[in-house]
Write a protein that binds this ligand. Structure first.
Ligand SMILES: [Zn+2]
Length: 164
């Protein structure tokens, strides 16, 4: 994705109030991120650890989603796959993140949930090249496919949040 600023981030949210967007803690390394290897920007709020953010570039511009993690470490789960990267090798925790729906539906209390890597490392997961084998002789093609599929799944999640 293209580099984005904190101002871009704050104005991108489709399911957060102005004050929620204003209060968010930006990712610490925003200035030094390797944007080329990111399909979206996702991070946990350092000061409010139950909050996470996903900012997705789309053809209509940036769409930010405010997410809530379940309370308590008991819900951390390594036995399930992240719905975005579907990485089977990662040892990172996967959490059921819940997003308020956009617009009136969200104000009425409707939410959607999805499993996402606890620290949103999905873009790097899908870029890990598998060893070449007979079925997949070219690891870079596998990575390309994984990246494409993850973008599609991210878009679908975004649509679920936008649905009224
Ligand atoms: Zn993931």
């Amino acid at each position: 994705m293209h580099p984005i600023s904190l101002k871009d981030i704050r104005s991108s949210f489709i399911n957060a109030t102005r004050s929620e967007a204003a209060k968010l803690t930006p990712p610490t390394n925003l200035e030094s991120l390797d944007w080329d290897s990111l399909d979206f920007l996702g991070w946990r709020d350092e000061k409010m650890p139950l909050r996470g953010y996903l900012v997705v570039p789309t053809t209509q511009g940036l769409s930010g989603i405010l997410l809530r993690a379940p309370e308590g470490d008991a819900r951390k789960n390594r036995a399930v796959l992240c719905e975005l990267c579907r990485d089977v090798f990662s040892k990172e925790d996967v959490l059921l993140w819940v997003a308020r729906r956009a617009g009136q539906s969200g104000r009425d209390g409707n939410t959607v949930g999805t499993l996402i890597c606890a620290d949103f490392i999905c873009s790097s997961n899908v870029r890990r090249e598998p060893p070449a084998n007979e079925i997949h002789p070219d690891p870079t093609l596998v990575v390309q496919r994984q990246v494409g599929e993850m973008r599609e799944r991210t878009e679908k999640f975004l649509l679920r949040v936008q649905q009224q």
